[in-house]
Write a protein of this length. Structure first.
Length: 396
């Protein structure tokens, strides 16, 4: 409560000063940002370990907001996102600067879309919605059921109910699809979100997702394959098993969990300059475990014991531990035994059954009725169903 009151009082006091949007530059670190604004870096010494660690997780090209004195140009307040729901608040309090991690303020709106395909899903939804995030989300949801290049034809239809966040008048973060259908040659494939496990199911209660995503990041190339019988280690020079796959990618590239699970370990297992360096180990259902090593840093909110969902960012590509370059070392284990990560693309999620299935099918029917009604009364349109405001601050 004390933090919120401080945050509100500072924001209200600064209301008369302009707010501008900036972009976090490549290779910039928080220490540099303090120096650019004439702020004594000694304020970093008073931070706890969690807050200090969060300062290292700002991604390049992240939009952030500054409020400066309209006469002198002195920085009064900066809000720099670290993930979708938290941000660094750097503010001037009576001539001295403070740093806190505060919630991101935004509004959540629920909208409905109905579209008839004329060109492609991406092109048509960009024209109707105004951004590419919804088409990207639908593509990910239907990845195992629809080949969007070959299957989707002109005059096929798409309908969706989705939530998006609005911050400072703009769409913020990921879009969450609550229900959708894609109609191809008069056949509708439904997808309904189930909050209990964060997965999408069709109208029969069968999952649309594989247990594992194809890859845990957007990579440049595979720099080393799974070689359980050994390879000559590029640094140690000895023949050693390579129990995962190495994906080359630029520093700071987001790394996601390939499946729902629980973080068993986050940190350095021995020393951060040895072995795996920074590593996240995630346990999944049915004895599966995945490992993400040599990370530059960890995503906000990811700690030992925390739940993660498929596709959630858990860390960022780096070169910690024994590593010759920027890459992610990715391992998969089943009941303690390693297996080739590239052979798991068709492992399926568990299906619903019993009372779970009965309850979910009732929810599906409600979503189907709304989607079908939307498709009958409108075409190539998007409209708002509801809005929940979570912001009352001038700089949020």
């Amino acid at each position: 409560m004390k933090r919120i009151l401080v945050f509100l009082s500072c924001a209200l006091a600064l209301f008369a000063h302009p707010v501008t949007e900036k972009v976090w530059e490549e290779s910039r670190v928080f220490y540099d940002y303090l120096a650019e604004n004439g702020i004594d870096p000694l304020i970093l010494h008073d931070l706890d370990d969690e807050t200090f660690g969060s300062l290292k997780t700002i991604l390049a090209k992240t939009p952030f907001y500054e409020q400066r004195d309209k006469d002198s140009g002195r920085l009064l307040h900066a809000l720099i996102p670290i993930g979708e729901d938290r941000q660094i608040s750097l503010y001037d309090k009576k001539g001295s600067y403070r740093i806190e991690i505060v919630p991101t303020r935004y509004a959540v709106v629920t909208e409905k879309l109905n579209a008839k395909i004329q060109n492609s899903l991406q092109q048509d939804l960009l024209q109707i919605v105004g951004n590419s995030r919804l088409s990207m989300e639908l593509t990910a949801i239907y990845e195992t059921r629809v080949d969007f290049r070959r299957d989707l034809q002109k005059n096929d239809r798409v309908a969706a109910i989705y939530e998006r966040k609005i911050r400072m008048g703009r769409t913020w973060g990921a879009i969450t699809v609550k229900a959708a259908f894609i109609e191809m040659r008069k056949r509708r494939i439904y997808a309904v979100y189930r909050a209990e496990d964060g997965s999408y199911y069709d109208d029969r209660g069968e999952t649309l997702a594989n247990l594992f995503l194809k890859y845990p990041l957007q990579f440049t190339k595979i720099t080393s394959d799974y070689q359980p019988n050994g390879r000559v280690h590029p640094i140690l020079g000895a023949l050693r098993p390579h129990l995962g796959v190495d994906f080359g990618a630029p520093k700071g590239t987001p790394v996601v969990s390939v499946a729902d699970g629980t973080v068993r370990f986050r940190g350095c297992q021995k020393s951060c300059d040895q072995g795996y360096g920074n590593i996240v180990i995630v346990e999944h259902r049915n004895g599966w475990e995945t490992r993400y090593a040599h990370l530059n840093g960890f995503a906000s909110g990811v700690s030992s014991g925390s739940r993660v969902r498929q596709g959630q960012t858990i860390g960022y590509v780096g070169q910690t531990g024994i590593a010759t370059g920027m890459h992610l070392h990715f391992e998969v284990r089943k009941s303690g035994e390693t297996t080739n990560p590239l052979s798991l693309r068709n492992a399926r999620q568990n299906e619903l059954s019993g009372e779970e299935l009965k309850k979910f099918l009732a929810d599906v029917k409600e979503a189907q009725n709304l989607l079908d009604y939307m498709a009958d009364v409108s075409e190539n349109s998007v409209s708002r169903l509801s809005s929940v405001s979570r912001s009352s601050n001038p700089i949020n």
